[in-house]
Design a protein around this ligand. Structure first.
Ligand SMILES: C[S@@+](CC[C@H](N)C(=O)[O-])C[C@H]1O[C@@H](n2cnc3c(N)ncnc32)[C@H](O)[C@@H]1O
Length: 369
């Protein structure tokens, strides 16, 4: 198995449809991007000729597909005003994604309200191809979408010695992460550039570090990633895990700034620019943590912590678990993970007004000229 495949093994989301149940905030982020997607679609509709090939869209890093059901439903409604041609939506995620959950959700076999059973001439396809590789045939993609996925790097460029995330990295460790992220961003753009025909659009909604230095879980109050880090360091000091295990828990993620996202799309010397890709516009926005917002209404700290922790676990548990030594029994590893999240849960209960995972995203539209 390649190093990259090993890396992917440690970044799976919660399966069985739990991802979408736990991540209501991610749905809020996608819903916020729906007008942008419909707007990007407008010029494609205007320029569409009779007998054009089927509409082809992609949802890259879709997880179980539950969070984007509303978006695709809005896209279909908007097209169906005066166009009954075939629509295909390619749902792509890593090969180890829970595609069973995706299929069940899309086909209406769960509590989620899917657009598919009631739609005519709409075809969904599932792809296990990474966004770091080709997903669709050249020139076939009309509109590619991705939300909250492209911060996952193609591989961990190095371990971070003093933190679990690049937001706390310094010196050469930080520059090594930045260099990997720049390469990965270019790879993503070049593959999508090949997939799109002229006039094709990308709407990408990616975690970022905004102009105010805000990022996921760092929008006021306790810095979420610093808290994660402090808790794991406490577990090292208490002898629960080793220093080696702590270091292996480095999350293979990077939060680009607006400048970093924009650079290859504005530089006439870059490969993406020469592939015809142009930045239409980019903005950042903060979507508040829905669990912290709920707490403001109900005021029950236990209830808040109990609802909030699963959203955190849905995306970082697999990396932490992967960092624990394989010499440990599965039971021992599970106990450590439970103790870790238990510690964090108690901190939220003790100080509820200071915790939350506000989402900080760059929303961008890219076109192929
Ligand atoms: C936080 S979830 C986002 C799911 C959904 N797009 C949303 O916004 O709710 C991130 C998803 O990105 C996927 N992912 C990570 N790296 C990927 C890659 N290289 N190619 C495709 N998907 C990837 C993960 O497997 C996961 O399903």
């Amino acid at each position: 198995m390649s190093k990259q495949a090993n890396q992917a093994d440690n970044i799976t989301m919660s399966g069985g449809g739990l991802y979408s149940l736990a991540t209501i905030g991610a749905k809020d982020v996608i819903d916020r991007s729906t007008p942008r997607v419909l707007n990007a679609l407008k010029s494609l509709i205007d320029n569409r000729h009779k007998n054009s090939p089927p509409w082809t869209f992609s949802d890259m890093g879709c997880a179980d597909g539950g969070t984007s059901l509303g978006l695709w439903s809005a896209v279909i409604d908007s097209l169906r005003k005066d166009d009954n041609s075939d629509i295909q939506i390619v749902y792509a995620d890593q090969a180890n994604n829970d595609f069973n959950a995706l299929v069940k959700i899309l086909h209406g076999h769960t509590q989620f309200d899917s657009y598919l059973p009631g739609s005519e001439n709409v075809h969904v396809l599932e792809s296990g191809s990474s966004f770091y590789s080709p997903i669709l045939a050249a020139g076939t993609l009309h509109l590619g979408f991705s939300a909250t996925a492209m911060h996952w790097l193609s591989q961990k460029p190095c371990d971070i010695s003093n933190h679990v995330h690049m937001v706390g990295a310094e010196g050469t460790e930080l520059t090594t992460f930045a260099a990997r992220a720049a390469k990965d961003w270019q790879t993503i753009l070049l593959h999508r550039g090949r997939e799109m025909g002229a006039g094709g659009k990308l709407v990408l909604v990616n975690f970022c570090k905004d102009q105010q230095g805000q990022y996921l879980g760092n929008t006021g109050g306790v810095n979420m990633f610093d808290q994660f880090n402090t808790n794991w360091q406490t577990m090292v000091q208490d002898g629960v895990i080793t220093q080696q295990e702590y270091t292996a828990m480095t999350l293979p993620q990077y939060y680009n700034t607006v400048d970093e996202f924009s650079a290859p799309l504005l530089d006439p010397g870059s490969a993406p620019y020469n592939a015809g890709l142009r930045l239409v516009d980019i903005e950042t926005a903060v979507v508040p943590c829905p669990f912290a917002e709920d707490f403001k209404k109900h005021g029950d700290a236990e209830k808040f912590a109990k609802a909030y922790i699963p959203t955190i676990r849905s995306w970082n548990e697999s990396t932490y678990l992967g960092g624990l030594s394989s010499q440990r029994s599965a039971e021992q590893r599970a106990d450590i993970i439970e103790a870790y999240y238990g510690m964090y849960q108690q901190q939220v209960v003790d100080n509820p007004t200071e915790h939350g995972m506000g989402y900080v995203h760059a929303y961008m539209t890219i076109e192929k000229v």
